[in-house]
Design a protein around this ligand. Sequence first.
Ligand code: DGL
Length: 259
Amino acid sequence: MKIAFFDSGIGGLSVLHHAMKILPHEEFIFFADEDNVPYGTKSPEEVLACVDEAFKFLIAQNVGAIVVACNTATSVAVQTMREKYSLPIIGMEPALKVALDFFPNKKVLVAATAITVNGKKIHRLIKNLRAENLTELKALPRLVEFAEQLEFNSAAVEKYLRTELAAYDWKNFSSLVLGCTHFNYFKDTFKKILPPHMKILDGNAGTVNELIRRANLKSERTEKIFPVEFFYSGRKVTDAAELLRLKKFLRRLEKMYTL
Ligand code: DGL
């Protein structure tokens, strides 16, 4: 069974990267909507239209499950897609519950895109966890642009994050939750800026575990390893320079993986 990972851009590679470690014998395709990235600064209607197009393409590839490896697309469109299609559709959820389970009385900063922090989905999650007084939300849209340009730990990235995170009194916080898959590329700079007690949590393991459960994947080991197929907005990536670009992202994610 082919499993699709879908994102507005290359952020979702972080979820795929984790899945490739946990499920090395599954067949994956990755769809980055490079013609339409970023989603986070668009209107919800525009994002829904982009997701709808991407799903039409993925369904035509006969995939058996789709991981929406994008918090923004999940926030806007996952419900509609589940109503439309019957295959397992797995979305992203910011790891707020994980943070609060570990540190029930400390605050959590959830960093995401503007659509995600303003969307109903995150506010419903906060309400369900009764975490209204323990959660702060912050949009960091420029990180999406930096990531797409392969700009990971430049002086400009550090300056941007130092400015955006300057106002927080970190002694009241336990964790930074990465609520956008593009933010996984910047774990080293977050670590550099934040005090050492701050945990940095992503939703990648939670999403892959949910994929295993929902798609009923067995950890059967076949000898065959399938190469991942990559698509940019419906075009198969075959160009050597583009494949090298994707390799650079995966190399960066490998570096960030154990941070
Ligand atoms: N990677 C996406 C997310 O997880 C969105 C980035 C964007 O396109 O703005 O929210």
